[in-house]
Design a protein around this ligand. Structure first.
Ligand code: SAM
Ligand code: SF4
Length: 331
């Protein structure tokens, strides 16, 4: 391994960081967290300077793409300071953010100005009551207005992410696809993952595979697989008559781990090597330790790569239940 690269024991080069800036959120999506979720105390969260320091070390180690996530990243009031600093880093090929869209009306413009190039907006339903049941917040109108605002400010790409659940919103996949395609937006349909036990929600009952979604869509749309690799877990399809694409993220039905190029850092400074396990390495302790140095942080991260597992086990017949909720890991 050269000095400026992160490579794991399986030869996978890690050049993509998902950096979570908060575990808090203004929604309570049923598959993501319980209504009465307990969040980190504020002093447990990394400060903006600390988040930047970690990002900076990763950039020095060859990371070229950073996605800001959460929780809902836009609930963090000082986020822009971080985005402007990262936006200035010429080494980065991409700076993107994943949001639930609830604050985009007021903030899309400043996000674009800060250097964010691409936006992922989560949207699981176009029906107000259903949206309110899924997000446990009646916010569909705000999100749709936010998406329109984002479209008007010139992001390089906007992608919609939809988690599809059987018996809940699987009858809506065509409607969601058309909503995105007609606006020139990509859309990815995501299989739900067993991240954090939510008492009121039985994941086994609602799992809807990408195959089922693809079949439904194929009744009405002509889809052809895109062969070029995109460097992510989505498998993309081109749709006849439209510019934008439909993707599928299929942790259960199509394992993509051999192409994994990413790691995640949680808002409280834990380095997560794989979504599918609870193991995490504490970077905050290094940052806040009396003997902090950039070199110590580099060594800790390089050493951690040895622990990256070959794959998650979501698609196996064994029951996998990760304790950590998705809002903590950052999607
Ligand atoms: N709050 C932002 C949002 O919703 O876009 C960013 C964080 S959220 C955790 C990132 C993505 O993870 C969202 O698209 C969400 O739908 C997805 N997600 C959350 N819990 C999930 C789960 N258990 N399985 C699959 N996707 C999940
Ligand atoms: Fe919040 Fe995103 Fe989780 Fe929904 S998926 S509760 S918007 S963090």
């Amino acid at each position: 391994m050269s000095d400026g690269e992160l490579v794991d024991p399986f030869g996978r080069r890690i050049d993509y960081l998902r950096l979570s800036v908060t575990d808090r959120c203004d929604f309570r999506c049923v598959y993501c967290m319980p209504e009465n979720m307990r969040f980190n105390a504020r002093d447990e969260l990394l400060s903006i300077d600390e988040l930047y320091q970690i990002a900076n070390t990763f950039i020095g180690l060859g990371v070229r793409r950073i996605r800001i996530t959460g929780g809902e990243p836009l609930v963090r009031k000082d986020l822009l300071t971080l985005l402007y600093k990262l936006g200035e880093r010429s080494e980065l090929d991409d700076l993107s953010i994943t949001t639930n869209g609830s604050q985009l009306v007021g903030r899309a413009e400043e996000l674009r100005r800060s250097g964010v190039r691409r936006l992922n907006v989560s949207l699981d339903s176009l029906h107000r009551e259903r949206f309110a049941l899924l997000a446990r917040r009646d916010s569909l109108i705000k999100v749709l207005e936010g998406i329109e605002k984002a479209r008007s400010v010139g992001f390089e790409r906007i992608k919609i992410n939809s988690v599809i659940q059987k018996g809940i919103n699987n009858d809506e996949v065509y409607e969601l696809a058309i909503y995105a395609l007609e606006r020139g937006l990509d859309i990815s349909f995501i299989e739900e993952m067993p991240l954090g036990a939510v008492g009121s929600h039985d994941r086994a009952k609602t799992l809807c595979t990408s195959h089922e979604v693809l079949e439904r869509l194929s009744d009405k749309l002509e889809l052809s697989p895109v062969t070029e690799r995109t460097g992510g877990p989505s498998k993309y399809y081109q749709v006849k008559g439209f510019e934008s694409r439909i993707g599928f993220i299929s942790p259960h039905s199509r394992n993509f781990c051999n192409e994994c190029n990413r790691v995640r850092v949680t808002a409280d400074g834990k380095l997560v090597l794989c979504l599918g396990e609870d193991n995490a390495i504490d970077l905050k302790g290094v940052l806040r330790g009396a003997r902090y140095s950039e070199d110590a942080m580099r060594s800790k991260i390089i050493e951690a790569m040895k622990l990256k597992p070959a794959k998650h086990g979501f698609e196996s017949s064994q029951h996998v239940q990760v304790i950590r909720f998705m809002n903590v890991t950052g999607g």
